[in-house]
Ligand binder design. Structure first.
Ligand code: PGA
Length: 258
């Protein structure tokens, strides 16, 4: 796994924004897989400001988000659809039909998951998948457990995941839906390239397990060890337990000393 370390989350977000915008200019029809949560907020802020200042052509870019809460959709402030509109889609000139989102209010959730898999395939697959990681090692909403699912599916959220999403629901984890739709492990691992971002000390154990631990359904991100083209971009806190490792060289000037 290629590992890049940064002094703080702003340096990480700046480096990843540069990487994304360069990828869009190399391939204007790129298909991006996008995350939500607290970690990418700085990334989207950076992309917004650069897209407004510069000449990033979003018109042919396609995106697919990783997940959505069951029961929530447009108009629900806690939905990831609303999050993405506020953080990115309302600020860049994407073609609306190019925005791929799961519908948490679909009457038939299994059909909605199948539709999403088809839509990704019809778009030619995901070129660059950006991921966060849960403190429990989840990617998307592929939660730790006895088994994992390959394709987009309905996932039951663990208590710690609901707590970490409470900020979207007035701080009340009881209001966080108990289930979500999520890309599966194969949906994610079929991307042509993956960049995982992790910030803060609360992620250090999950990051250490992802990089050095056994490959286990108990820590879904550990499956990224099997994947040939993954970069983990970490701030100082998230990289803490990897302090003695040799690190790949980051292009970022704000990189933490090795
Ligand atoms: P967070 O979530 O960025 O809110 O910590 C990460 C994730 O669950 O993937």
């Amino acid at each position: 796994m290629n590992i890049e370390r940064f002094e703080n989350e702003d340096a990480l977000a700046a480096a990843l924004a540069t990487r994304l915008i360069e990828a869009i200019s190399r391939n204007p029809r790129i298909v991006l897989g996008l995350p939500t949560g607290r970690t990418p907020v700085a990334l989207y802020r950076e992309i917004r400001s650069r897209s407004q200042r510069g000449h990033v052509d979003w018109s042919q870019v396609r995106t697919f988000n990783l997940d959505e809460f069951v029961g929530l959709g447009a108009g629900d402030s806690g939905s990831y659809r609303s999050y993405m509109q506020a953080e990115l889609f309302n600020h860049v000139r994407m073609t609306p039909e190019h925005i791929g989102l799961l519908d948490g209010r679909a009457p038939n959730l299994a059909a909605e998951c199948a539709r999403y898999e088809c839509a990704i395939e019809q778009a030619g697959g995901i070129d660059l998948q950006i991921l966060g990681i849960g403190a429990n090692g989840h990617i998307g909403f592929n939660e730790p457990g006895e088994s994992l699912q390959a394709e987009t599916h309905v996932a039951e959220l663990r208590a710690e995941t609901r707590r970490s999403n409470a900020g979207l629901f007035g701080g009340d984890s009881n209001r966080v839906p108990s289930h979500a739709l999520s890309m599966g492990m194969a949906t994610i691992l079929h991307a042509r390239e993956i960049v995982l971002m992790a910030t803060g000390e609360e992620k250090q154990a999950a990051v250490a397990g992802m990089v050095d631990g056994p490959i286990t359904t108990r820590l879904p991100a550990s499956f990224l060890q099997l994947y040939p083209r993954v970069t983990a971009m970490l701030d100082r806190g998230a990289a803490q337990r990897l302090a003695d490792r040799a690190f790949g060289v980051s292009a970022d000037a704000g990189q933490a000393p090795g």
